[in-house]
Design a protein around this ligand. Structure first.
Ligand code: NDP
Ligand code: 8X3
Length: 252
């Protein structure tokens, strides 16, 4: 059974990936900060599917905790086949020159530095074993900046550069690197971005049928299940009535 580690598995796209990969027969290592949500997900998945799940709750910005968690993995959970670098967030919609720097630095620490750290901790083992797949969750926001989103967009542009660079660094190995770039996905993302303003978050998903976490998980599983000679390098996944990060047709 392949073994997949998912960061940010307590919600949204990460949680949907956990379900799809468990259903497809993967064993899972699930990370996020919310221990209770991870425990409920583990119970559900072990009840519904033939899978084994290890919970690895830590804040991905905490390098010492992350290093310790990966170094002390039980033997049967060490040989990770698929790493899904999904933990991430946007905070705020302020102009760059007026933004809250704490929010901006949190995005950079989570979306960029922690993603790089997880790659640094896990990919050397993949190289030693001669197999592995890294799936980074980028965004349409990494393709072009939009007003009020510059730091978030910059982090997702960095995810593209880290994905492309890693693919080049690994091209002489059988290890594959995929950058999945979703558009509008209805998850807890906007609620977090808008600091808990649930009504405003809901409005972003009205008048259009947004993507779901399952839609993104389907593509992640497709990439992970492709024959070994096929590397799905990058995929942009948009809702049908979305043409760019901000060009969205909403029915009145
Ligand atoms: P959610 O808010 O639903 O999920 C985010 C996940 O990341 C949660 O499980 C959260 O868990 C985890 N997380 C956040 N910070 C940390 C941290 N410091 N340490 C560990 N885990 C953390 O949003 P999505 O599912 O939508 O977001 C997942 C990814 O998809 C993100 O990288 C996001 O940028 C990207 N994305 C989302 C889009 C969208 O429209 N929704 C579009 C394009 C990309 P917890 O709080 O328990 O730690
Ligand atoms: C999230 C999508 O368009 O809100 O990555 O930036 S967007």
């Amino acid at each position: 059974m392949p073994l997949t580690l998912i960061t940010g598995a307590s919600s949204g796209i990460g949680q949907a990936c956990a379900r799809k990969f468990a259903q497809a027969g993967h064993r899972l290592i699930l990370n996020a900060r919310s221990v209770e949500k991870l425990e409920a997900l583990k119970q559900e998945l072990e009840r519904d599917f033939a899978t084994d799940i290890l919970l690895l709750p830590f804040d991905v910005r905490d390098r010492a905790r992350a290093e310790e968690a990966i170094r002390t993995l039980p033997a049967e959970f060490r040989d990770i086949d698929v790493l899904i670098n999904n933990a991430g967030l946007a905070l705020g919609t302020d102009k760059e020159h007026e933004c809250d720097l704490d929010d901006a630095f949190t995005m950079i620490d989570t979306n960029v530095k922690a993603l790089l750290m997880m790659t640094r901790l896990i990919v050397p083992g993949m190289v030693e074993r001669g197999r592995g797949h890294i799936i980074n969750i980028g965004s349409v926001a990494g393709d072009a900046a939009y007003p009020g989103g510059s730091t978030y967009c910059a982090t997702k542009a960095a995810v593209k550069a880290l994905s492309d660079g890693l693919r080049m660094d690994l091209y002489q190995t059988p290890i594959r690197v995929t950058n999945l770039k979703p558009g509008l996905v209805e998850t807890n993302f906007s609620n977090v971005r808008l600091h808990g303003d649930a009504a405003a978050a809901k409005r972003l998903y009205t008048g259009i049928q947004p993507l779901t976490g399952d839609d993104i998980a389907d593509v992640a599983l497709y990439a992970a299940s492709a024959p070994p000679h096929v590397q799905i390098a990058e995929v942009l996944i948009l809702a049908t009535h979305q043409a760019s990060a901000q060009l969205i047709y909403r029915t009145p």
